[in-house]
Design a protein around this ligand. Structure first.
Ligand code: SAM
Length: 266
């Protein structure tokens, strides 16, 4: 790339320079010419140039006007460029010929918001290959009763098959961040692991269960407005002990709990 660009901290600009990592990301995305890819934050093009070699349709979202201007000059039928904040751009309006693959070395300051955006729009995508701060990746992949297990683990494991692609040292970037990173691959479940009738309510229950980590399920649900009598009834009905802590419940138990609590929504 020809733009002389000093990395901007406020846009989370840590540019990839390790070809082994770039290759691992591209391999995980399993790219074919007929694929359509969305990349958030092309930056100086470490991934973008390689994506252009491999797929017929590439869409970019870039918030940095200088970098976006460079990519706009190169726009073609193959390459579409959207200038702006990926969190504010209207994904369904721009991604009109699904399915897409989302491939991105995400800026860490927006990763959790991108996660929720991808959850909301997952029907537009066949897979996601995304770079996260290692601590966020750990939370997404965590098993019940581990320190990293939380609402993020339950909500994303319910929606996606998640696997680790590669662990990434700080030295893979310029400038080097302070922490390690990890690339994860997500595939939306064709058949969800557990059936959740009302996803919005399910999210409320999961978030409530983890809102106070050291408290029992009973206390957490009460704090979220559920009546003590309703909690007792649901505990009896489901066999899920309300004295347990939220972090001990697995995905299926959360689904059962959500289903049983639905009639008692505060
Ligand atoms: N893909 C490049 C690479 O791997 O070297 C750059 C990755 S850098 C970690 C993040 C990129 O996302 C930067 O280009 C940054 O300007 C862009 N960015 C930051 N916040 C953004 C946002 N809200 N919407 C779109 N792009 C954003």
């Amino acid at each position: 790339m020809t733009v002389d660009h000093r990395p901007r901290k406020r846009f989370g600009q840590n540019f990839l320079r390790d070809h082994r990592i770039i290759e691992a990301i591209l391999t995980a995305a399993d790219l074919h010419p007929a694929d359509a890819v969305l990349e958030i934050g092309p930056g100086q093009g470490a991934l973008t140039e390689r994506l252009l070699e491999r797929v017929d349709r590439l869409q970019l979202m870039e918030i940095d006007r200088d970098l976006a201007a460079y990519w706009q000059q190169r726009a073609t039928d193959q390459l579409q460029v959207h200038v702006g904040d990926a969190l504010r751009l209207d994904w369904p309006a721009l991604l009109t010929r699904p399915p897409y693959k989302l491939v991105a070395n995400l800026p860490y300051n927006i990763s959790s918001q991108v996660l929720f955006k991808m959850l909301a729009h997952r029907q537009l995508f066949s897979c996601f290959v995304l770079m996260f701060q290692k601590e966020v990746a750990d939370r997404l992949r965590a098993a019940p009763a581990t320190a990293a297990y939380g609402a993020l683990s339950v909500l994303f494991q319910q929606a996606f098959a998640i696997r680790s692609v590669v662990q990434v040292p700080p030295s893979a970037f310029i400038p080097a961040p302070k922490v390690w990173s990890e690339v994860l691959h997500f595939t939306p479940w064709a058949q969800p692991q557990v059936v959740v009738a009302d996803e919005v309510f399910f999210h409320r229950v999961v978030k409530a269960a983890f809102a106070q980590r050291r408290k029992t399920l009973r206390n957490c649900l009460q704090a979220a407005g559920f009546a003590p009598a309703a909690i007792d009834r649901v505990a009896n009905e489901t066999g899920i002990d309300a004295q347990r802590r939220g972090e001990t419940l697995n995905l299926s138990e959360f689904a059962v709990l959500g289903q049983a609590l639905a009639p008692y929504a505060p």
